[in-house]
Ligand binder design. Structure first.
Ligand code: SF4
Length: 248
């Protein structure tokens, strides 16, 4: 069984090196981090204690039929994907996101095997704290790794796992995306890039913000210092198009 929050699409990948590409999203339930700025807190902020970690303080309903936790067989997830797009005949990108999908690698393998076998690209969105197993990695086309900074509100010991980052880096399939709220965050990005020996040409910074105006303002602040370091810039494309609509 896979712990699922949402299966949706077609939409565009909003962030990172694949931004703008046609895709479907499989959003898994549960996360091992608690980021204050999380835009999918409905996948984990279902207790008072966890809700207190979010910026809004909002507690979500685990049993909410739209965004709450559903225990689904891989076949059921596949059926749902097939109602959205014919993934067998017209392959696309299947973005497996969360929450933290790497918590459920074993359960995801049967689903990914079918999708991969039909020619779909499999992109995994992860915070980079859990290394992939060999069997899981064999099915993955690209990892979009977003290591979290102090601005996320997580303790460093929880959010920074250099040994997991090293495995992800060495797959040769990872892009690294850091959420920044201010230019000063770039110094922390530099430390992680150096310490974890991340390939600079695969590092992007992405302004935090659940509305287009905030996204642009922060981007204007960070773009030049990011470029001077060799980093790229990612917007959150979907917030320009649909604000923070969880169904897009
Ligand atoms: S790692 Fe991602 S899903 Fe988990 S709390 Fe942080 S932003 Fe949300």
């Amino acid at each position: 069984m896979i712990r699922i929050s949402q299966v949706m699409g077609p939409t565009v990948q909003g962030e990172g090196s694949a931004a703008g590409r046609h895709c479907l999203f499989v959003r898994t339930f549960a996360c091992n981090l608690e980021c204050g700025f999380c835009d999918t807190a409905y996948t984990w902020a279902v207790t008072d204690q966890k809700a207190a970690k979010t910026r809004s303080g909002h507690k979500y309903d685990r049993n909410d039929p739209a965004y709450g936790e559903k225990l689904m067989e891989p076949e059921k997830v596949l059926d749902r994907l097939m109602t959205l797009w014919d993934v067998e005949k017209r392959p696309t990108i299947i973005v497996v996101s969360g929450g933290e999908p790497m918590m459920q690698q074993q359960a995801l393998v049967p689903l990914l095997e079918r999708l991969h076998g039909w020619g779909n690209e499999i992109h995994i969105e992860t915070a980079g704290t859990i290394a992939p197993t060999t069997g899981f990695d064999a099915l993955v086309t690209q990892y979009n790794v977003s290591p979290k900074l102090a601005n996320s509100g997580n303790a460093r010991s929880k959010r920074y796992k250099p040994e997991a980052l090293a495995v992800l880096r060495d797959t040769g399939k990872s892009w690294f995306k850091f959420v920044v709220t201010h230019e000063k965050d770039l110094a922390e990005v530099d430390l992680i890039v150096a310490d974890a020996a991340l390939p600079v040409q695969r590092v992007m910074v992405m302004p935090e913000g659940s509305d287009g105006r905030t996204n642009i303002t922060t981007a204007q602040q960070v773009v030049d210092p990011a470029l001077a370091r060799g980093y790229g810039l990612s917007f959150r494309t979907h917030v320009f198009l649909w604000n923070d609509d969880p169904d897009r």
